[in-house]
Design a protein around this ligand. Structure first.
Ligand code: GLA
Length: 436
């Protein structure tokens, strides 16, 4: 297909497809199996960790009972390797019966009964990335119907084993098919990854009309190197990516790996901080049954979550890359507030970085800065006040910056946070969610 024909085709499809079902006005939050549990299908020797209904029930229990749900973490998402190698007599996908003996509808009920939502994985191609049955163009409708009939709330639609033309047809078609089921389902598209992640190969305006979120770049692995390469790619390409995001349409730099093996505590804070700046999905892939307190505290940091979930939904940007290997990131937030992250890419020792809000393009006036991870009393700053922050190697200092007028509300929140137990935080409804 020539570029003109392709553009025409997209224009025609976009006239008929818009996935505006009101979902994901803020980035999705939850848990997904892939990064931590991969394609472990050995339920005989590894029953605790294999891709089977027990693992998803366990994670639903943890989300519901350990304070995650109240913070907004609500999706339990099955990734690759859940399927039987064969479709059923009616041509429907089915789970591997030995690992999902109760079937998906029963698992969906289990998850819904706990106030959570179920996500599932399929692939727009002949096979999934791990070789399980794919959703070719002729199967899109039946698979969308099947997922809806099972009570699925979220679809991750991968793109292995398909070509560019099939993707161009298949991703919009699935959007339409999901809409046609009448069941509101969040739709995560891996399309951009398979075509390089950038314009002109990716039309982000169109993508935002048909998908709620999309993977732009390579898979995250359990290492600081992997995390740095993702942050670097998203920041280097922020002029193309940042404007694509907004309520109902999010860039997805991939799962949170906090609580696994590859990150130090400082590096884990860096991921949480940068994911908040980037308005990224907060989808953990870790073992919620075995999480140390520092990982839990980072993932459950209310201010970092509130920044991530800011209702304006404006993605932040890297403002500065200093010769000292300090980088400054910024995100505008509701009520004239903002978030600042100072990231150290150094490998020696804590670095004292000096700046002022004026140097970071803030208007003149008085501000307060609340240190998100230290949780300390806010610093009072004038835009021209010189400040110094001490940033650990591969770590961050993250600030919530607000104006004097807001400080009364802020003090109230501080007071409530001190009083409230760990498990009594209630996420405001989308659209009414204020960052204090
Ligand atoms: C791709 C995706 C991953 C995961 C695997 C499963 O690599 O990007 O997130 O879903 O496939 O096979």
């Amino acid at each position: 297909m020539g570029p003109l024909a392709a553009t025409w085709l997209l224009a025609m499809i976009s006239l008929t497809v818009a996935l505006d079902n009101g979902l994901l006005k803020t980035p999705p939050m939850g848990w997904m199996a892939w990064e931590r549990f991969r394609c472990d299908v050995d339920c005989k020797d590894d029953p605790e960790n294999c891709i089977g209904e027990g693992l998803f029930r366990d994670m639903a229990d943890r989300l519901a009972e350990d304070g995650w749900k109240e913070l907004g973490y609500e999706y339990v998402i099955i990734d690759d390797c859940w399927m039987s190698m064969l479709r059923d007599e009616q041509g429907r996908l089915q789970p591997e019966p030995s690992r999902f003996p109760g079937g998906i509808p029963k698992l969906a009920r289990y998850i819904h009964d706990r106030g959570l939502k179920l996500g599932i994985y399929a692939d727009m191609g002949t096979h999934t990335c791990m070789g399980f049955p794919g959703t070719t163009l002729d199967k899109i409708e039946i698979d969308a119907q099947t997922f809806a009939s099972w009570g699925v709330d979220y679809l991750k639609f991968d793109g292995c084993n398909s070509n560019a033309v099939q993707q161009m047809l298949g991703y919009p078609l699935m959007s339409k098919a999901l809409n046609a089921t009448g069941r509101p389902m969040a739709y995560s598209c891996s399309w951009p990854v398979y075509v390089g992640g950038l314009p002109l190969n990716v039309n982000y305006t169109f993508l935002g009309d048909i998908c709620h979120l999309w993977r732009n770049y390579y898979d995250i692995q359990d290492s600081w190197d992997s995390l740095q390469s993702i942050i670097e790619w998203f920041s280097n390409n922020q002029d193309d990516l940042q404007p694509a995001a907004g309520p109902g349409r999010w860039n997805d730099p991939d799962m949170l790996i906090i609580g696994n093996f590859g990150l130090s505590v400082d590096q884990a804070r860096s991921q949480m901080a940068l994911w908040a700046i980037m308005a990224a999905p907060l989808i953990m892939s870790n073992d919620l049954r075995n999480l140390d307190n520092s990982a839990r505290a980072i993932l459950q940091n209310k201010m970092a979550i509130a920044i991530n979930q800011d209702p304006m939904g404006i993605q932040g940007r890297r403002l500065l890359q200093e010769k000292s290997h300090i980088e400054v990131y910024w995100r505008p937030l509701s009520h004239s507030a903002s978030a600042l992250v100072f990231l150290s890419r150094r490998t020696d020792m804590p670095y004292h970085y000096r700046s002022s809000l004026a140097k970071l393009h803030y208007d003149t006036g008085n501000y307060k800065a609340y240190d998100v991870f230290a949780g300390s009393t806010a610093k009072v700053l004038n835009a021209s006040t010189e400040f110094s922050v001490s940033i650990n190697p591969s770590g961050v200092v993250m600030w919530y910056v607000y104006t004097e007028q807001q400080s009364k509300q802020m003090e109230k929140l501080h007071y409530q946070q001190k009083k409230a137990s760990q498990f009594t935080f209630h996420k405001a409804k989308p659209g009414h969610h204020t960052v204090l």
